[in-house]
Design a protein around this ligand. Sequence first.
Ligand code: NOJ
Length: 569
Amino acid sequence: MRYLILCLGLLVAGNAATAVSNTASSTASAPLTTTLNITVEDLWNIYIGPVQSASINTTVEPTPIPSAQLIPPPQLYYPSYLPGAQIPGLGRNESWSFPKGFWWGVSGASYQVEGAVKVDGRGPSLWDAFTHRAMSVADNQTGDVAINEYYLYKQDIQRIAAMGVQAYSFSISWSRIFPFGNGPINEAGLQHYDDVINTCLEYGIQPQVTIYHWDLPLYLQLSYGGWTSPQIIDDYLAYARVLLERWGDKVSAWYTFNEPISFCGEYPVPDHYFTHTTTIPAIQQPYWCGHYMLLAAAKTYHLARSLNITAPISIKNSGGYKLPRTASPADTLAVQRAWAFNEGWFANPLFLGDYPPLLKNFTSSFLPEFTPEERTLIHGASDYFAHDAYTAAYYMAPDSGIEACLSDPSNSLYPKCYNSTYTLPDSEGGWLIGPASDPNTRWLHKATEWLPAFLHYIQDTWNPPNGIVITEFGMTEPFEAYKTKREDVLTDPLRSAYYHDYVQAMLMAVAEGVKLVGCSAWSIADNLEWTAGFTVKFGLQYVNLTTQERFYKASFFELARLFKTYMQD
Ligand code: NOJ
């Protein structure tokens, strides 16, 4: 596939400089540019370099799951001794049940699980550049092979079906469909996902598709700065249209974007690897990204409706529950600021019609007001309040105070001007908010007791008319990557406790009137946790990265048992 690049901007390494050195002379301040005919292979060679390939490199037909693997563990976390006695946490609470139609699923995302990064015409994404060149990823790990889901999806879908899972939430790799992000379409990429979706349906699993889970086609970053440019809106829309037209009648839920707070937070992209494709000041870039993301999501929402797609379409938001660290007014205000700069950034425009005032105090000096048409377009463009609700944290005012921070752009906390922690002050014992996960996921603690309050807060604040979906929840078992015996890995008590208590917290919230529609656990299996690489594990299944074999962890059985106990037929 050959494509014309105008004003090629990224200089990752010396060989790229060669391409540019033939161009006309330029002034010191203007970037050197050229016009080239470039293939997908050229993009790989110039910007990424060699990639690894897997030893299993054709689609694997499923083989029967060994029956021994389907035997649930003994009740290790909630021991089943004391015959005849009631066992805490094991019995059924008759006042709890999930509403009719409630579904549960497991999740993954293209770059984290697929591997096969150069196979069948896929173009490089921003994350291929990040892992190979521009970011510090644990142990220099990459998604080149990942857990080889590209070839093992049939077996993986069979394995989740065997555990009673109802939905598989996965993302499409944009650069498999459009290797350059725009321009020519790669039919092989579409055919791959045809088969993934059809395999789900064959096993009675609802396919749920995230259109964008951070793996921006690299070319779009090179040519115009990705999400910092309004050009991204039409390119995203053209890509989304292909997906919606192809699978609109098969996919049971669409997510336009995964965690925009996270991927907009990648801007500005690392210096020295990407030439300046934008003049937007670094501090503003995430907010321009968010602005264009909202417009792209809203246009996609209405496009889907114009195509008569009835499946729910939502944005996956993110963030934990926020508690004031002390009862001081300053910490209470810090919590309000944190809601505004996190969930509210996108939830307010989508569910209430505009950015939160506390955010606008900062962004109104550079972002345009939404026009009345844009406001109407965006308001309501997410059917569910879809939330990746993992954990909780304490929030507090900066040491210098909120006002001092707000008037000092050099303050490292500016413009958010709140701080957060996982521990209480020493005067209150210095305790953690909940048991810590793996040291490489410092942000994550088991704080399941706060989930009902969290869900009430979402419902009361944004009042999503169709309810709430928990699109991700999960836990890393501390030091799991260091375990060498399979049975040690599969016995994951903290993750089992997390899922057990999390599901009970969901049930409590439902009993208290929260409109919860479904949930999806992260993750289907161990995978590449972005910059933490494979050093932390979120999987409900252990993956032997040498053989690519999968094994169910105890937590998967615990989760499945709870849904079996509390779902209505
Ligand atoms: C959020 C992201 O969507 C996913 O990609 C990530 O792996 C999990 N949370 C865990 O951090």
